[in-house]
Design a protein around this ligand. Structure first.
Ligand SMILES: Nc1ncnc2c1ncn2[C@@H]1O[C@H](COP(=O)(O)OP(=O)(O)O)[C@@H](O)[C@H]1O
Ligand SMILES: [Mg+2]
Length: 253
């Protein structure tokens, strides 16, 4: 059997050539990395959970008219996506201070922000994904002013959707990161949500207990990461509510 062609292997996912032109297969690995890959681990079942959760969020976004790269899930670890030209930015939306913002400004984690704040990091592992002002983005040609306005509007729509969905299941959306890509429909360029939306790319706190249900569990050694992600999936109805821990998944290919 012919092996399909590997396009890119990253820290958390692998991209293969898709079944039709303009598509890719996105495979979710169990690898977890933090602090720019200085801390690494394998979390059994994480890839399965993130594949399902990213599907859930992307489908929900599509339903409210936010365009995403998601086409369909193929199996436990893989989904078919539309190939995009990735804008080399991490688009971060913050509702409460946490992580690098809390550190940079000496704020207590969890401090509410006066309004959602959108910020950009330049996607470059070797440089540690540095925070960049809009001026850099435009000057270096990573995106135009019009693109940036569209990206900010897109990110804020994702924020409203994610914050609402999470609030509905007793979870506070502290912040999250998305990636955005360009697609071309003939001569017409559009910006769509790409990559993944999962507890790897969000900060999620249980509203009642303050328990962290995201990748900070791994970053800060707060317990079992797959348990935390399973809790998020159960609350959203993505896994049956009687599910305990994902068994070690059976690889389909
Ligand atoms: N729809 C898409 N088309 C093309 N590239 C994508 C798409 N969605 C995500 N990507 C890219 O695929 C890679 C996903 O793998 P990941 O493990 O997250 O990589 P990284 O270690 O670079 O973050 C990322 O580099 C991301 O920018
Ligand atoms: Mg990534």
């Amino acid at each position: 059997m012919a092996r399909r062609k590997l396009v890119y292997e990253g820290k958390a996912k692998i991209l293969y050539e898709g079944t039709e032109p303009g598509t890719l297969v996105q495979y979710f690995k169990d690898d977890a990395t933090a602090f720019n890959a200085q801390k690494k681990g394998i979390i059994d079942g994480k890839g399965v959970l993130n594949n399902r959760l990213s599907e859930f969020f992307m489908l929900g976004l599509a339903r409210i008219g936010v365009p995403t790269h998601f086409i369909r899930r193929l199996n436990m670890r893989e989904q078919l996506i539309r190939q995009v030209e990735i804008i080399p930015l991490e688009v971060i939306v913050r509702n409460f201070a946490a992580g690098t913002m809390a550190k940079r400004l000496g704020m207590e984690e969890g401090t509410p922000l006066p309004r959602p704040i959108v910020e950009f990091s330049y996607k470059d592992d070797a440089l540690g994904d540095p925070l960049v002002p809009e001026e850099y983005i435009i000057a270096f040609g990573w995106a135009s002013q019009q693109d940036l306005d569209d990206i900010i509007a897109l990110a804020l729509r994702v924020n409203d959707f994610m914050a609402g969905v999470m609030h509905g299941v007793g979870i506070k959306l502290i912040d999250f990161k998305i990636e955005v890509g360009r697609v071309w429909d003939n001569d017409f360029m559009r910006l769509i949500v790409a990559d993944e939306i999962s507890p790897d790319s969000c900060r999620l706190w249980d509203i009642e207990s303050g328990r962290k249900l995201d990748k900070d569990v791994f970053r800060q050694d707060l317990g079992d990461l797959a348990d935390a992600y399973t809790e998020v999936a159960k609350r959203l109805g993505v896994l049956p509510s009687n599910a305990t821990h994902m068994p070690k998944p059976t690889l389909i290919n």
